[in-house]
Design a protein around this ligand. Structure first.
Ligand SMILES: [Zn+2]
Length: 321
């Protein structure tokens, strides 16, 4: 079976793995990125750790058909580098990650993709979107990221940065987003945003058991919100209902834009399970055209913690198919 080397670059961890053409992971590992020290040292360390893994698996570069890299955007795909990523820092701009890794592993063809786009292709090919032609992937964690596979092809757009769905504007005058604009989807509905809205309500003096679970207002996360909700806390239920409404509003826009067969939702907030998926589905239906929402299911991601590496692998296989 054909194999690829897959890399998942993040602000804190740089993961790597050996992935088969059926999506199974033969071996994997991770090193610290130390993003602030720049790309050369991170790439050298991940290459070294990968060489050790290959030695353990008794594999050599010639056993692979390609290299795939998933990275936070924005990217310059043609040059294989990050281009102004707020997660990694300016030192990374212009350093060819694909060039470095290709040189380190026998000149294998290498490609880089936005991490959410890679995850979308991974879920389409190997995960919860398998067997469908139109799959949108959404991750709801510190931000909201997205990727879309439409008619069986990953939508990359003019320069590889398509489907920045977290920045769909929901309002004209909302809180300021990291992107600079007010009212983006992710400033209302990401895990970070839900926690922030909870802290704001508590700071305004609303009574709630949430603080008891967190220890203090500043420590409140979505986890404490769920704990309080399980006890029937009124404020927790109110904030969760608002969050569901914001999530559904964005998903409605996604359904109307892409007409997907399935929206695959990943990220930390999905730990809420049915308490998320059941009402979120109803809310999305409210905001989407019935003809489009009727054919669209909304399901939890299938690849779990492997999504980065397996997504990068899916991009690598696509590159050489
Ligand atoms: Zn934004």
């Amino acid at each position: 079976m054909r194999k690829v080397l897959a890399f998942d670059l993040g602000g804190t961890k740089f993961a790597f793995g050996v992935v088969n053409e059926d999506g199974s992971v033969l071996g994997s590992g991770r090193v610290e990125t130390f993003a602030e020290k720049g790309p050369q040292q991170a790439c050298e360390r991940v290459a070294e750790a990968t060489r050790k893994l290959l030695a353990e698996l008794r594999l050599k570069p010639a056993d692979f058909v390609a290299i795939g890299v998933a990275s936070p955007g924005p990217l310059d795909i043609a040059r294989g580098c990050v281009d102004g990523s707020p997660n990694l820092g300016s030192a990374w701009t212009g350093f060819s990650i694909t060039g470095f890794l290709s040189n380190s592993f026998g000149g294998l063809p290498a490609r880089i993709d936005n991490d959410c786009n890679a995850a979308a292709l991974g879920e389409y090919r190997f995960g919860a979107g398998k067997g469908k032609k139109n799959v949108v992937y959404i991750t709801v964690s510190t931000g909201i990221g997205g990727g879309a596979v439409i008619d069986g092809r990953l939508m990359r757009g003019a320069n590889g940065n398509a489907a920045e769905l977290g920045h769909i504007p929901l309002t004209m005058d909302g809180p300021r987003c990291g992107c600079g604009n007010p009212g983006c989807w992710e400033v209302y509905a990401s895990g970070t945003a839900i926690a922030r809205r909870t802290r704001e309500a508590l700071a305004a003096g609303r009574p709630s058991s949430i603080v008891k679970f967190a220890g203090g207002i500043d420590q409140v996360t979505t986890h404490h919100l769920f704990q309080a909700m399980a006890e029937g806390d009124a404020l927790a239920k109110e904030i969760w209902a608002e969050s569901i409404n914001y999530l559904g509003r964005g998903l409605g826009a996604v359904i109307n834009t892409f007409n997907p067969d399935v929206i695959v939702v990943g990220g930390g907030v999905t730990a809420a399970g049915d308490a998320l998926f059941v009402p979120m589905r109803k809310s999305a239906d409210q905001y989407a055209f019935p003809r489009l929402s009727a054919v669209c299911s909304i399901v939890p991601a299938g690849l779990g913690g492997n999504v980065g590496v397996v997504g990068a692998a899916a991009c690598a296989f696509e590159h050489v198919s």
